[in-house]
Write a protein that binds this ligand. Structure first.
Ligand SMILES: [Zn+2]
Length: 328
């Protein structure tokens, strides 16, 4: 039976399994009960309900469903929680458009990069998976904004800190008085299950890491157990390890930008070739020797594409179509 693992006085972690990995779902208990993220569509039944039972609660007791960001593995369970309770759903305006199943597919970074690289089969497979894990449409309450304070009663409150970059609407919830920051995927160390760290805006992601460094927190709850030299198989990071983890996370952005610039200067014959070169030339622990487009994770391909496009742009070139030469 799924357990609720204590994180701090008012916060518990629930693991929603995704193959051999998991998405972290958090329950915060004051007079009112809030969930931060809900996992995939089946997680309310398979993980959240059993864990709530262990706390003497049930899905019906959920008052608020809060969203760190609009990815399917963090909000696929929203509809099931809402239909079992009277919970209100809240999300940042930057990601609220992603709450609908159709948007989840059209906004999907992995499917997009698979198609750009001519990996149509993988794009179709990814889209089939997204349909399966995304629940129905839900109504949303007032958009989350920086500085919002959400009072759960009994002296427990969540403060919203905008931490965009992974997605435009990514936020961190700071739980008072616990000093626990629930950061979703705003901090990714060396990356997650699909390879390298995933972000749609590297500059914003980096700036958010700097902002998080300025918070006074006792512990951080991440969205997954990211690979890291400072965290080991856990989604929970003690405050003392936060600085090194943030530095490690930011370092990747710089390394990726430098590697992409070096590959663009090599004038590879095609974008596909440039992507493979990028992934081979990254220094340890990021390098994927013998990298093969067919087997590389979506996040790795996305990071390669994003940084190469930016490096091309800086070099005054632009990528036009699959197989087109990297401009000289
Ligand atoms: Zn995410």
């Amino acid at each position: 039976m799924a357990a609720a693992e204590p994180v701090s006085r008012h916060v518990s972690l629930i693991r929603g399994s995704i193959g051999e990995r998991f998405v972290a779902i958090y329950v915060i208990v004051g007079h009112r009960v809030a969930l931060v993220d809900t996992g995939f569509a089946d997680h309310p039944r398979s993980a959240i309900q059993p864990a709530l039972s262990a706390l003497g609660l049930s899905l019906q007791d959920i008052d608020l469903v809060l969203t760190t960001h609009g990815h399917a593995d963090h909000m696929g369970g929203h509809a099931a929680v809402v239909s079992a309770s009277a919970a209100r759903v809240r999300i940042h305006a930057g990601d609220s458009g992603r709450l609908h199943a159709r948007s989840v597919m059209s906004d999907d970074e992995f499917a997009r990069v698979f198609r750009r690289l001519g990996l149509d089969e993988r794009a179709a497979e990814r889209e089939r998976m997204l349909v399966e894990v995304t629940g129905g449409t839900v109504a949303v309450g007032r958009p989350l904004r920086d500085g919002d304070r959400i009072d759960l009663g009994a002296g427990v409150a969540l403060e919203v800190v905008e931490t965009p970059g992974h997605t435009a609407g990514s936020v961190t919830f700071l739980v008072h008085p616990d000093g626990t920051a629930l950061a979703g995927d705003a901090i990714q160390g060396l990356g997650g299950g699909s390879g390298l760290p995933l972000y749609e805006d590297p500059d914003a992601y980096r700036a958010s890491l700097v902002r998080l460094a300025g918070l006074d927190v006792a512990q951080v709850g991440l969205g997954h157990a990211f690979r890291s030299a400072h965290v080991d198989g856990s989604a929970i990071v003690a405050g003392a390890r936060l600085g090194p983890l943030l530095d490690e996370s930011a370092r990747f952005v710089d390394i990726a930008a430098q590697t992409a610039a070096a590959v663009v200067a090599m004038r590879r014959p095609s974008m596909t070739d440039a992507v493979e070169q990028f992934l081979r030339r990254l220094p340890p622990p990021y390098a994927t020797p013998g990298a093969d487009l067919e087997t590389l994770g979506g996040a790795s391909l996305h990071a390669a594409w994003l940084h190469l496009e930016r490096a091309l742009d800086d070099a005054g070139g632009a990528y036009r179509a699959e197989g087109a030469p990297v401009p000289r």
